[in-house]
Ligand binder design. Structure first.
Ligand code: FAD
Length: 471
């Protein structure tokens, strides 16, 4: 099929390969024909970034993801590409500088990371005005922005406790789409990325590892042999570590972060708003995204990444916190809520006090990465690639990598959904509705008006789970 915007992609050297149900099936049929250099477990942003850097270095890569790409934390974030202003309170200057560099790179080199204004509110629960000014001066210097921060008075736009606000710039993106962009970049560089392929065992076999996996689409088992394995399983990374190392000697805490979505008119704002909850002083975001406003998040320990939901208490906490800014906001305004899980490598009784940075551990044939952020996924990929390079004595290109060599054509409706099926390996309606388009989040009607069309495109596919309209 030819799409109108394809010519420009072709000219830019980014013509997308066919990457749909047939290619995936063929790759699984032939999974035993070759020994891969690296098998990656996990198709969130971390695994996608690693697949991208390694395949762009000419290595033979296979990636296995148990659900759809980005179906874990990489669809449950605040969707910000930011320097982490709050990390300045702990003087994590180097971390903030890295995040800002990554933010600036992504905003220049992709079409899905865009700057927006943020207002950080000054009220009885925030940092003091002069401390905030100092923090913002440092943030601006680190990001190469010469602006001097000045406080503007609250002229009645926000609740009466808010004295005023400072403005600064950071960026937004879409977490799923950024992941898909990296998956596609990797596929275009020769990687084989398989969604709906759950890893069930990892065993050392001499100079290689053997991975057994289950394909939930065609309901079959298959195996992959690789010289090295990389565990990028996010909240499940301890499970994968225990599985491959055969021991249980690391501690990984999990924390649940919930966001709510309300129609834009219920929390009307042009800029994103950063404030602290009066209930527990936690930092929160109010983020305008077209038809809707996203508000979050909570930060509560969780035991099992496969057993969690958004509770009424989570929603009440977010609504009560945000009501201080938008006094008429109520629980009835919430159209959708979603949760993401933070894997936290470290100790502490308060999840908010445990570092959000990533930690890498290695064994003879495996590299494990725990934690991290959406914003610094390229940095994490570079760190993993350099460890892999040392292990194998290979000289890899690491500086300024990985490149994001993919962009989606500007098409819409049926044409877009077919494209997502044939070039972005959407296998079920929910892969489009929940992730590639994330209608639940971005559309006031949660995409109900598109569901019949999307369901019908999958009608001839076995196992296609039809999605019913949501109220
Ligand atoms: C509430 C919240 C808000 C956040 N907001 C931001 C933000 O605004 N900006 C930012 O920079 N960062 C943010 N983060 C952090 C960011 O979302 C995460 O760092 C990132 O998404 C983690 O990606 P990942 O690939 O490591 O994990 P995941 O996205 O969870 O990917 C791991 C994948 O491994 C797969 N997997 C697990 N076990 C197996 C198996 N046995 N076989 C095959 N596959 C398996 C899972 O299905 C999953 O898809 C936020 C996090 C949370 C929780």
């Amino acid at each position: 099929m030819f799409y109108p915007d394809m010519l420009s992609l072709f000219m830019a050297g980014m013509f997308p390969k066919s990457f749909g149900v047939m290619e995936r099936r063929e790759w699984i049929d032939h999974s035993q024909d070759a020994v891969y250099d690296v098998a990656i477990v996990g198709g969130g942003i971390t695994g996608a970034g690693i697949a991208n850097i390694l395949s762009q270095n000419g290595l033979k890569i296979i990636l296995l993801e148990k659900g759809d790409f980005a179906s874990g934390t990489s669809s449950g974030s605040s969707k910000l590409i930011h320097g982490g202003l709050r990390y300045l309170a702990n003087l994590h200057l180097r971390e903030v500088r890295t995040l800002l560099k990554e933010r600036n790179y992504l905003s220049k080199n992709t079409d899905i990371v865009k700057f927006m204004n943020f207002r950080i509110l000054i009220d009885p629960y925030s940092w003091k005005r002069e401390t905030m000014r100092l923090g913002l001066i440092t943030y601006n210097v680190l990001s190469g922005n010469p602006e001097f921060p000045r406080m503007k008075r609250n002229s009645g736009e926000y609740g009466s406790e808010v004295r005023g606000y400072f403005t600064y710039r950071d960026a937004w993106s879409d977490d799923c789409r950024l992941t898909i962009y990296n998956i596609l970049s990797a596929v275009n560089a020769g990687a084989r990325c398989l969604n709906y392929a759950r890893v069930v065992s990892i065993k050392n076999e001499g100079n290689t590892i053997r991975i057994d996996a289950e394909d939930s689409v065609d309901k079959r088992k298959f195996s992959v042999t690789a010289r090295y394995g990389i565990n990028a399983a996010g909240p499940w990374s301890k499970k994968v570590y225990d599985l491959s190392e055969g021991k249980n000697d690391i501690s990984l805490k999990l924390s649940k972060g919930v966001h709510i979505v309300v129609p834009a008119e219920k929390a009307k704002t042009q800029s994103a708003i950063v404030f602290r909850s009066h209930l527990d002083q936690r930092q929160m975001f109010i983020i305008p995204r077209g038809e809707v406003t996203i508000i979050g998040t909570t930060d509560k320990f969780l035991n099992d990444p496969d057993d969690f939901s958004v509770s009424e208490e989570d929603v009440n906490y977010i609504v009560s916190s945000a009501r201080r800014i938008f006094p008429s906001l109520s629980e009835e305004d919430v159209t959708y809520s979603y949760a993401g899980i933070r894997p936290l490598f470290g100790n502490g009784d308060d999840p908010g006090s445990i570092s959000r940075g990533f930690v890498i551990r290695e064994s003879e044939r495996m590299i494990h990465i725990f934690g991290g952020k959406l914003t610094d996924y390229r940095y994490a990929a570079r760190r993993v690639a350099s460890i892999y390079g040392k292990k194998t004595d290979l000289k890899l290109r690491i500086r300024s990598m990985p490149l994001v060599n993919y962009s989606r054509p500007h098409i819409s409706g049926k044409e877009l959904y077919l494209y997502e099926m044939n070039h972005e390996c959407a296998l079920y309606p929910e892969d489009i509705v929940r992730r590639r388009e994330a209608f639940d989040v971005y559309r006031k009607d949660r995409g109900n008006s598109e569901l019949d069309l999307i369901n019908s495109l999958f009608e001839d596919r076995e196992n296609a789970h039809v999605i019913s309209p949501k109220s």
